[in-house]
Structures are given as structure tokens and as C-alpha cells.
Design a protein around this ligand. Structure first.
Ligand code: PAF
Length: 284
């Protein structure tokens, strides 16, 4: 496995791979890898001639400097995991290799067609500008045939699909199912910041959502939302930031289960200082 830190060295490798007519699969990450990432990597390795992963804690998608500082960084361990699953190239650049000072001064502009005006977009202003900024740069450098993203970040996946289409990247976007701990807690790099007790309590988020799926069409959307929020907040220190029931394509709220064939519940919950996101598909 090659570990590459400069754009120049990466481009040289990509030119070589393309000249050999090989397909490239790509998994962008911010590191602190867990089984969720590893499942993306395995799929990427199985479906492409060459598997490339990036590890870059992207400063432009953090709207809170504390959150950026606290984000776990475990490069050595990550590289060991990637080598084991058969990744061929890891791109792990420094910030200055990716961004000029100008890039960092103003938010990256992109027409999100409203997909950034809901859920995460409300609570994390400019977060998706940063995501699109980095993913578009990485796509331009890596030139993958396929790129793999987890469905846990449901809104991010929808925005990446829009970006890929709008900017005409010839990349197939592959969405991959959420991987969970045995307790049901969705795997996330942020779980490393939870204490053992918080980790057990956080499992309650998925338990409530899974339970809500068993009776969703016997109740109204509004009632289900209220019940789920109340049930989650019964367990301290869980505090729901939002729980939206949306159409899975437009990401707009629905008020009636019959108004869409693709209904997803997206939630963000604070467990102490840690912000956790999850979702559940009610209907597809
Ligand atoms: O999902 C993530 O880890 C990040 O948002 C991504 C896609 C790697 C961009 O920094």
C-alpha cells in the first residue's frame, strides 16, 4: 500500500493507473476509521482494480473550532487497517497541500437547490459548502470510477449525488448501509469520544427509531415525531437537536405518510458533548 501526501505524487499514480485502463474506486474519509468505513473499503476493493482512500480532517466543513480540534486523529492505526483490507493507495495530505489561504477565507459557493437548507444545514451553517469543496477537489485529483459513501450521513449522500451530477463528474456514487454496534448504535468516529456509560445510553437512539418503524402507519407523522423525541430524551443526557421525517429524494419534510413513497427519519442527538446522527427508512 502506498501512502501519498502530495497532490503531485497522487496525480502521477493516477495517470499511471488510467494508462493501464484500470478502474479506480475511492473512499474519502476524515480518518479515525471504524467498521463502518471498513465495510466501504471492502466493497471498494472488491468492485475496482485499484482502491484509493483519503484521510483528511477537512477544516472547511467544521463550523465549530472546538469540534475540529477534538476530532480524533489516528493516522497510523488507520493506515494499518487500510493495508489489511487491501486498499492500494492512501492519500493523506496536510491542509496546506489542499487549500490556499484564499480557499479558507470565504465559503465555497455551490447551488444546493435547497438541500442545504434543512436538518444539518440549519444547525451547521456552511458545513455542506466545505463537504462539496473537499469532495470535488478529491474527485478531480483521484478521478474515480466509483466513490463510496455511508448512508448514515443521509443528507451528505444526497448532496454528493447532486454535486456529482451538477459538476458532471463521471463517477458512480455508491451509497452503503449503516453499520451498527451490537447495541444498535450507528458506528461513527465520534463514538470514540463517548464514555462507556454514554455509549450504552446512545444505543437508545436506534432502539427508539427501530421501535417507531413497527407502528409508523398507525399514527400521524407529527405524533410519531413527538413520541420518538420524548422517548429518546427520557434517557439523560440525550438531547434531540432535530428529528425530521422527510422525502428521501427532496429531503423536504412530509406531514402525511401517503405523500411520498420514500420516507426517511433523520435525527441528530447530543449525548453529553458528542453530537450523533442516525436515520431510519420507514418506506422505500
Ligand atoms: O463523511 C465524511 O467523513 C466527510 O464529510 C467526507 C465525505 C470525507 C468529506 O470530508
Amino acid at each position: 500500500m502506498q501512502i501519498i501526501t502530495t497532490q503531485r505524487a497522487l496525480i502521477e499514480q493516477i495517470i499511471k493507473i488510467k494508462s493501464e485502463d484500470k478502474t479506480i474506486g475511492f473512499v474519502p474519509t476524515m480518518g479515525a476509521l471504524h467498521e463502518g468505513h471498513i465495510s466501504l473499503m471492502k466493497k471498494c476493493v472488491a468492485e475496482n482494480d485499484v482502491a484509493v482512500a483519503s484521510i483528511f480532517v477537512n477544516p472547511t466543513q467544521f463550523n465549530n473550532t472546538d469540534d475540529l480540534a477534538r476530532y480524533p486523529r489516528t493516522l497510523e492505526n488507520d493506515c494499518e487497517l487500510l493495508e489489511k483490507v487491501g486498499v492500494n493507495i492512501v492519500f493523506a495530505p496536510e491542509g496546506s497541500e489542499i487549500y490556499s489561504k484564499n480557499d479558507l477565507k470565504t465559503p465555497f459557493e455551490f447551488d444546493f437547490r435547497g438541500l442545504d437548507k434543512v436538518m444539518e444545514g440549519i444547525f451547521r451553517p456552511n458545513h455542506f459548502n466545505g463537504v462539496v469543496q473537499i469532495v470535488s477537489k478529491l474527485f478531480a485529483l483521484v478521478q474515480p470510477n466509483r466513490a463510496y459513501f455511508g448512508e448514515k450521513d443521509f443528507q451528505q449522500l444526497a448532496i454528493i449525488r447532486l454535486m456529482t451530477k451538477t459538476l458532471n463528474f463521471p463517477v458512480e456514487i455508491v451509497g452503503c448501509p449503516i453499520v451498527r454496534e451490537e447495541s444498535g448504535l450507528a458506528l461513527s468516529s465520534r463514538n470514540a469520544l463517548l464514555s462507556e456509560t454514554e455509549r450504552q445510553i446512545a444505543a437508545h437512539i436506534h432502539a427508539v427509531l427501530a421501535e417507531s418503524k413497527t407502528f409508523f402507519n398507525e399514527t400521524s407523522v407529527a405524533e410519531l415525531k413527538n413520541c420518538a423525541i420524548a422517548a429518546i430524551e427520557k434517557k439523560e443526557p440525550l438531547k434531540v437537536e432535530y428529528f425530521e421525517i422527510i422525502d428521501g429524494n427532496s429531503l423536504q419534510n412530509i406531514n402525511d405518510w401517503r405523500s411520498s413513497d420514500y420516507v426517511v427519519g433523520c435525527i441528530t442527538v447530543h449525548c453529553g458533548k458528542v453530537r450523533l446522527i442516525d436515520n431510519i427508512c420507514y418506506k422505500k
